[in-house]
Design a protein. Sequence first.
Length: 358
Amino acid sequence: MPLEHKQHTVAADQAGRVDLILKSLTEKSRSQLRGMCMSGCVTINGRKTTEPSTEVKEGDVVSVTYDPQCRYREKWLDKFQEKGPKENFQCQTFKIIFEDDYLIVVDKQAGILTVPTERQEPRTLVDEVSRYLGQKQRALVVHRLDRETSGLLVFAKQSEIAGALQDQLRLRAPEREYLALVAGRMEQESGTYESYLVTSKRLSQHSVTTPGQGEYAMTHFMVDQVLFETTLVRVKLDTGRRNQIRVHLAEAGHPIIGDRRYRPNMTKHDDWPHTRLALHAHVLGFQHPVTGKDLRFVSPMPRSFQIFIRLQRRAAREDAAEDETEISDSPTEKAVRSKTDSHEKQDRKQSKKNTRRK
């Protein structure tokens, strides 16, 4: 039998528990309404809710999609619990941050592809996570990180969960924040980059301004620290196009340190001897597709970033100390040093003449 879909906008005199609205819409018992909530049938303003006691107010839109012949029960609540990492499993490419029966969040190391390219590389992150899950399950890709980028990724365990998470990405709902070390000292404290990204024959991305010529991309940035010759930036994504952050920052004149594709003449730095990008997926937040609970995860700043920042701060202090020394010289000291320098030059010239005579 086909599913029924019902929707209702809450009036002022109907504000209160959502299960009272659901009862008037479906005429189901309170226990079945709890089962419907826990089965992901109910949304409030487009967001799933698992709690029948959730409060609604005037103007809220309550939707329910259900099978009228099904007797919904509170059957999976005891199954939903966070799992710990499997014992004896060892892997250097990722660390498990969260796992339950539906999805797994991992912290990826730099240097490993998320998925295989056309060359069909045998050892990618999706393969490693699938190996962890075991032969009966395969990790399903929701989004990706570049090979030389580290940080947080979520994989689904079922196709329905993957589809629900990808829908959130399309609606720009998840919270995604990155840390980036970029070349140069950024003068603008915050801002937004918007463009349409086009792929070249060499598979690099570049921006165009004409709608329809590429994929729309929006990147927000905020300066965290201005360093000696570089800047630590926090970047938030509205869209998730390939190489989006790298392209937008490079085109703004501040490419990411270590980037060998976008403005590589500006991205080499003596304090960054690594092959990886100075780009890290720092925060990942989304709504759980089954429970409706808001989840938020934070991956700490990598040690390579911390060392780089310390070196940049030291360079800034040394540079400031040299400037102070020059400023503190009195006019007399400057005159004496200038006269001494003049005498030294004359001595060197005389020495060269004497050498030529011999």
